[in-house]
Design a protein around this ligand. Structure first.
Ligand SMILES: Nc1ncnc2c1ncn2[C@@H]1O[C@H](COP(=O)(O)OP(=O)(O)OP(=O)(O)O)[C@@H](O)[C@H]1O
Length: 266
C-alpha cells in the first residue's frame, strides 16, 4: 500500500541573462528562481493496482517517482510505502521496490548484462537459489538469453529496456516504478514490455506506477489514471472515467488529454 499525503517540493534554479557582463555579475550576485515541482500531492494506491501517472513535460511525474523511490527528499508531506518512509528507511524500502528510469540506466555500461545482474544480486543480498530461479523466469519472459553476455553499451534500446526491467525485478519487489519505460521503443519492443507488465501484475500482484506520454501504454495497462500538471494532482479516476471525458465520439485518448491540458492550462 502506498499512502502519499501533501507532498511538496520546490527547486531553486540559478538564473542569469546571456553575455559576458552578466556572467561576471552573476559570479558576485547569484539570482535564483523557484520552481514548485510538487504542490500538495496526495494519493493512495492499494496493492496490485497499475496506475498511469500522466501529465505534460515538467509536470512533476519524475519528481514524484524520485520521492517515492527515496532518491529525493520532499520539503513537506508524508509518504508511507509498506510501512516505510522512502527517504528515511532507505535500506528496508529499496528491498520492496523496483525502479526503471527509461532515460537512464541502472546497468554497468561496459560489462556484460549478466555481470550487472550478479552485482545487483549482491547489492540486494538475493540468495543464490532465489536469484537463479528469478533469472531463469525473467530471461524466459523477456527473451533475454541472447543478450545476457553482451555489454550494455552494445544493446539496442529495446534490448536494453528489457534488461533494465529484468534488473529492477531480480530482488522480487512488490512495487515497480516505471518512468517512461517505452520511450523510443519500436512496436515489437513496446508490446513485449506491455505484455510483461500485465503478466507480472497478474501473476505476482505487483503494484505498478507507470509514467508515460504514450497513451497506448495507458490504455493497455492502467486501470487507474492520475493526472498531474504544474505539480498539482488534477484528476484521479478509473480509465473508464477518463474515457468518458471525451468531447466527440471519435476522440482518441491523446485528444482527451490535450483537452484536459487546455482546460487546466498546464
Ligand atoms: N534537480 C532539479 N533541479 C531543478 N529543477 C528541477 C530538478 N528536477 C526537476 N526540476 C524541475 O521540476 C519540474 C518537474 O520536473 P519533472 O522532471 O518531475 O517533470 P516530468 O513530469 O517528469 O517531466 P517530463 O515529462 O518532461 O519528463 C520541472 O519544472 C523541472 O524543470
Amino acid at each position: 500500500m502506498i499512502v502519499v499525503e501533501h507532498l511538496s517540493k520546490t527547486f531553486k534554479i540559478q538564473q542569469r541573462e546571456a553575455g559576458f557582463q552578466n556572467a561576471v555579475k552573476s559570479f558576485f550576485k547569484r539570482e535564483y528562481r523557484e520552481i514548485r515541482a510538487l504542490n500538495d500531492v496526495s494519493f493512495t494506491i492499494p496493492d496490485g493496482e497499475i496506475v498511469g501517472y500522466i501529465g505534460p513535460n515538467g509536470a512533476g511525474k519524475s519528481s514524484t517517482i524520485k520521492v517515492l523511490s527515496g532518491i529525493l527528499t520532499p520539503d513537506s508531506g508524508t509518504c508511507q510505502i509498506n510501512g516505510n518512509t522512502p527517504w528515511k528507511n532507505r535500506v528496508a524500502h529499496v528491498k520492496d521496490i523496483g525502479v526503471v528510469f527509461g532515460q537512464r540506466s541502472q546497468l554497468w555500461w561496459d560489462i556484460p548484462v549478466i555481470d550487472s545482474f550478479y552485482l545487483l544480486k549482491d547489492i540486494y543480498q538475493v540468495p543464490e537459489n532465489v536469484f537463479q530461479e528469478t533469472l531463469r523466469d525473467l530471461s524466459q519472459m523477456l527473451n533475454l538469453s541472447d543478450v545476457l553476455k553482451t555489454p550494455t553499451r552494445q544493446l539496442s534500446l529495446g534490448q536494453r529496456m528489457r534488461c533494465e526491467i529484468a534488473a529492477s525485478l531480480l530482488h522480487r519487489p512488490k512495487i515497480l516504478f516505471l518512468d517512461e519505460p517505452t520511450i523510443g521503443l519500436d512496436a515489437i519492443s513496446k508490446v513485449a514490455v506491455r505484455d510483461f507488465i500485465t503478466k507480472i501484475n497478474k501473476e505476482f500482484q505487483t503494484t505498478v506506477i507507470l509514467t508515460t506520454h504514450d497513451m497506448q501504454d495507458i490504455e493497455k495497462l492502467a486501470t487507474r489514471i492520475i493526472l498531474i500538471g504544474k505539480g498539482t494532482i488534477l484528476l484521479d479516476g478509473s480509465l473508464a472515467e477518463f474515457k468518458a471525458l471525451k468531447q466527440h465520439e471519435e476522440d482518441t485518448l491523446d485528444e482527451i488529454l490535450v483537452n484536459l491540458y487546455q482546460k487546466y492550462d498546464i
